[in-house]
Ligand binder design. Structure first.
Ligand code: CP
Length: 310
């Protein structure tokens, strides 16, 4: 594929290739090798219409460590705040002669739409509640390094499914890698249509976290995305924590070897207790580190000449 818009763009072989390259990038990440020349002369624009700490900075670091020229543009500081349309904005940027657009936008499908307007490579860095494919790559990479393989492993994805692009990309990614997935959420945070999708894609649904946790090989907690809840948050924050939070008590049930993931940013005390976030089995900062290696790998395979894996 020319672009990376969805986790479904990647076969198991593609993912394996991306993981192998990501592992090779750790020498750069350890700063034993300062930079690789692979993308010298290439220009990567990070075009972020929604806020980001991890994704934007890791794409910028990844591009710079591969010697690309990386430029950040945010919605707030761009002419979209003067009313310029998304199409005019991306055509304007593309006209300057860029090789890749890494794009985050609040509209589901925005990255696909932009890929139809420009010749540059488009990488989806999160489109509304739809997908966040590089997040699912770094999540799967982190878990693979801890568990050895994801084939046959049982992963519980817990939380605000309705608003989660991370959940959507991870369900696809984990299925491609042979994991069994159970998604857990209160009925008010299960998206419509998830029942049919779960049957088609082969993942299980549950409202009972305490039944699922003891059977999980890994747990992914999701952020409660209050900023996307115009109609209010049900259940209440306290009820949510009691029913679906990874609390200190649930951490004890989980056992010390079950990895805990969270894509960040976290609502500490709501979906995850500080004891769980900071536990020895927490991979949350490993996920952040893996984000740089994975994004180096994605940029490398999409931009550095022939034979791209992604
Ligand atoms: N996980 C994630 O996408 O984090 P940011 O919003 O900080 O990029």
């Amino acid at each position: 594929n020319k672009h990376l818009l969805s986790a479904a763009d990647l076969s198991a072989d593609d993912i394996e290739t991306l993981f192998t390259t990501a592992a090779e990038m750790h020498d750069v990440q350890r700063r034993e090798v300062k930079k690789l020349p692979a993308l010298r002369g290439r220009t990567v624009i990070n075009l972020f219409f929604e806020d980001s700490t991890r994704t934007r900075s890791s794409f910028e670091i990844a591009g710079k460590w591969l010697s690309a020229d990386t430029i950040n543009i945010t919605g707030k500081g761009s002419s979209t705040s003067k009313g310029e349309s998304l199409r005019d904005t991306v055509l304007t940027i593309a006209a300057m002669g860029v090789d890749a657009l890494v794009m985050r936008h609040s509209a589901s499908g925005a990255a696909l739409q932009v890929s139809q307007w420009v010749d540059a490579v488009v990488i989806n860095a999160g489109d509304g509640t739809h997908e966040h494919p590089t997040q699912s790559l770094l999540d799967a990479y982190t878990l693979t390094r801890r568990l050895g393989t994801l084939e046959g492993k049982h992963v519980a994805i817990v939380g605000d499914l309705t608003h989660s692009r991370v959940f959507r990309s991870n369900v696809i990614m984990l299925a491609t890698l042979g994991a069994r997935v159970t998604v857990v959420a209160p009925p008010t945070l299960m998206p419509s249509g998830v029942g049919a999708w779960s049957q088609e894609a082969g993942f299980a649904l549950s409202h009972e976290l305490d039944e699922v946790l003891p059977k999980a090989d890994a747990v992914m907690m999701l952020r409660v995305q209050k900023e996307r809840m115009s109609g209010g948050f049900f259940p209440s924050p306290r009820e949510y924590t009691v029913g679906y939070g990874l609390t200190r008590d649930r951490l004890a049930v989980l056992g010390p070897d079950v990895p805990i993931c969270h894509p960040g940013p976290m609502n500490r005390g709501l979906e995850i207790a500080a004891d769980a976030a900071d536990a020895a089995q927490s991979l949350i900062l490993d996920q952040v580190s893996a984000g740089v290696a994975i994004r180096m790998s994605v940029l490398y395979h999409l931009l550095a000449g022939e034979g791209s894996a992604a």
